[in-house]
Design a protein around this ligand. Structure first.
Ligand SMILES: Cc1ncc(COP(=O)(O)O)c(C=O)c1O
Length: 408
């Protein structure tokens, strides 16, 4: 029986709240010691009134900034009217959501789900069923890449090569073949008559914002098309304007068979994910074969439709392109000054920290003390992904804070 008393939100100190969280929330995260109480645009404020530039943006889920007025308005209007029906009935926000999202992706059909992992699971099921029903493959295989991160379900961690993500969670789901990310020859060599699909992140986020070679996706697309293998692009973190295009894979002029979307699709308000593809692929789903009680609910559909409309303006893609160039120019100037390498595209960067300076978490802590929230990944890499509403002055300020944090 616990002896910790629940602190009252709004009156408890940060330390009291962290103690209660430590006592009663499972320790499957290692957050920085900040307790955020408000968010506005690219900024958040903690319970003590300190402001921070949010340079993680909830792993791209807050691409449009905290409390974007158009997204909040869509949510408020919908909250007052209708929030959940289940898919047992139609509701009046679904038509515009699926029609407009499919059009944004240049595809026919949307499978609405909630979390990113559910979109990945959906695509795996669709790929297997498509292989079995359309191509007569008895035991379908899916080719994935080393260093991948597609979520946390039992099946998804089955094909992760991150030992920590897998430890103790076996037995694992079979049917996956891993090839090095960015190596089109290795991928082509791994395709067999049993290959149903290739599942790839357009840019590997968790691996440290790893951008594949320029001709990689064109070659992957050519070989998969030739062999009748589906190409599934996981755009859950890289998509929806983060890199300067609506989809990161568009930089390579490639159209996959299925786009996996999540995070920013929910406007930072509700979890919304989706698989978007053509009718001949997603047509394998029939009543009773897949679903989710909350998938495509009226609140989610209203917010996600507002997100699609923001994306249609092109404003956020443009901001990411222009400000991303400023960010990357500034970060490259730090190479040799505490930074050993910089990768990324648009307003998204993986910054490898020189071990002489400390770990990436050390730098994240120094940045926090300077009013910048950022997240480390894999010990050495600091990940920067501010909301796309960030200004040029704020990017300049961020670069100054990073330069000073690297100096100690
Ligand atoms: C590329 C990618 N795919 C899938 C996921 C899983 O999304 P969720 O955490 O919403 O399940 C993530 C989450 O970070 C991701 O980065």
């Amino acid at each position: 029986m616990s002896t910790v008393t629940a602190p009252t939100t709004g009156t408890a100190s940060a330390a009291e709240q962290i103690a209660a969280i430590e006592a009663h929330a499972a320790h499957n995260y290692h957050p920085l010691e900040v307790v955020i109480a408000r968010g506005e645009g690219a900024w958040v404020t903690d319970v003590d009134g300190r402001r921070y530039l949010d340079c993680l943006a909830a792993y791209s889920a807050v691409n449009f900034g905290h409390g974007h007025p158009a997204l909040l308005a869509a949510a408020h209007e919908q909250l007052d009217r209708l929030t959940l029906t289940s898919r047992a009935f139609h509701h009046d926000r679904m038509a515009e959501f699926v029609t407009e999202l499919a059009a944004l992706a240049g595809k026919d059909v949307v499978v609405p789900m909630n979390t990113g992992a559910e979109a990945v699971e959906t695509a795996i099921k669709v790929a297997r069923k498509h292989a079995s029903q359309v191509r007569g493959i008895a035991v379908p295989e899916i080719v994935v890449a080393s260093g991948n991160f597609h979520g946390r379900t039992t099946t998804i961690v089955s094909f992760s090569d991150d030992a920590l993500a897998r430890e103790g969670y076996g037995p694992f789901t079979p049917g996956f073949v891993t090839v090095p990310y960015g190596d089109a020859d290795a991928l082509a060599a791994a395709l067999t008559e049993n290959t149903a699909a290739v599942l790839l992140e357009s840019i590997q986020g968790e691996a440290g914002v790893v951008v594949p070679p320029p001709d990689y996706f064109a070659r992957v697309r050519a070989v998969t098309a030739e062999r009748g293998v589906l190409l599934i692009a996981d755009e859950i973190q890289s998509g929806l304007a983060r890199t300067g295009e609506t989809f990161a894979i568009s930089h390579d002029g490639v159209e996959p068979d299925m786009y996996l979307l999540g995070k920013a699709l929910g406007g930072g308000i509700v979890p919304v994910s989706a698989v978007v593809g053509d009718a001949d692929v997603l047509g394998v789903l029939t009543p009773g074969t897949h679903g989710s009680t909350f998938g495509g609910n009226p609140l989610a559909a209203a917010v996600a439709t507002a997100v699609v409309r923001l994306l249609r303006t092109g404003e956020y893609q443009e901001r990411s392109r222009v400000l991303g160039e400023q960010l990357h120019t500034g970060l490259h100037a730090l190479v040799g000054h505490g930074v050993s390498a910089v990768r990324g595209r648009g307003l998204w960067a993986g910054v490898d920290i020189d071990p002489a300076v400390g770990t990436a978490r050390d730098v994240a802590l120094r940045l926090m003390a300077r009013g910048v929230l950022a997240k480390d990944t894999h010990t050495r890499t600091l990940r920067l992904a501010p909301p796309l509403v960030v200004s040029a002055d704020e990017v300049k300020w961020l670069l100054e804070q990073l330069r000073e944090a690297l100096e100690g």
